[in-house]
Write a protein that binds this ligand. Structure first.
Ligand code: DX5
Ligand code: ZN
Length: 229
């Protein structure tokens, strides 16, 4: 009966929740950030869109800079832009703790990861729903995190793509085989139901936006996601 019990370390670790501020009320961003701090969110997720890599424009360096002045929270920056390499320095100077960019972008992947690391920050690589997991293999020895998109990037509030779970399973196996400790993040359509499926498949960092901002009690909703096993 004991083999399924979690170790003390696993109980303490749990999942991490990165809150996508894309669906926050921007007229009161500073207050929202304080609320998220009190709700014990682990990270703030910034969805940067340039209208070229994705069909939408969101926000960029000035907003990250302003948010960073309001909090000590971990800044998880998701770049959905065509040339991430060019902007790494600006995002790090504005407060990014981790920068995730897309393998489908036009920047040299290794050069971009190296640039992020050279500035002392964590590097993540993301794949769109139609991109196979295999393309990540050459970079697993240098990445800190992989982000599996569970919606087509560009907009919040979309429905979770169930096929992404198979990609998480494949990635988890590759990571386990590599012997390295790499976080697996999932982003898009995450609520209490889809988060369960994602965690079962191997995810340990859950990005969630519209579900959390629509909930009546942000703190409880975050706790639910964090405590999923
Ligand atoms: C989509 C973004 C996501 C998304 C998450 O391009 O990367 O972060 O906004 O929002 P929800 O949780 O609303 O799908
Ligand atoms: Zn995102």
């Amino acid at each position: 009966m004991f083999e399924n019990m979690l170790t003390q370390e696993e109980i303490l670790l749990g999942n991490k929740v990165s809150v996508s501020i894309l669906s926050a009320d921007m007229t009161r961003l500073a207050e929202v950030i304080k609320e998220l701090e009190n709700a014990e969110a682990d990270m703030l997720h910034f969805d940067v869109m340039d209208g070229v890599f994705v069909d939408n424009i969101s926000f960029g360096v000035p907003l990250l800079d302003a948010a960073n002045k309001c909090t000590e929270m971990f800044m998880d920056v998701h770049l959905m832009i065509i040339n991430p390499y060019k902007y790494i320095e600006q995002f790090v100077n504005a407060g990014a703790d981790m920068i995730t960019f897309h393998i489908e972008s036009e920047s040299d992947v290794r050069k971009t990861i190296d640039k992020i690391h050279s500035m002392g920050k964590k590097a993540g690589l993301s794949i769109r729903p139609k991109t196979p997991v295999d393309v990540l293999i050459p970079y697993l020895n240098i990445l800190d995190m992989v982000l599996i998109m569970s919606v087509e990037p560009g907009f919040g509030g979309q429905e979770f793509i169930v096929d992404s779970l198979q990609k998480v399973r494949e990635l988890k196996k590759l990571i386990d085989d590599s012997g390295r400790k790499i976080d697996i993040q999932i982003d898009g359509g995450i609520n209490d139901d889809t988060a369960k499926l994602a965690v079962e498949a191997g995810v340990n960092v859950l990005v969630s936006g519209s579900y959390l901002f629509k909930s009546d009690n942000m703190k409880e909703a975050i706790m639910v996601l964090k405590n999923i096993r």
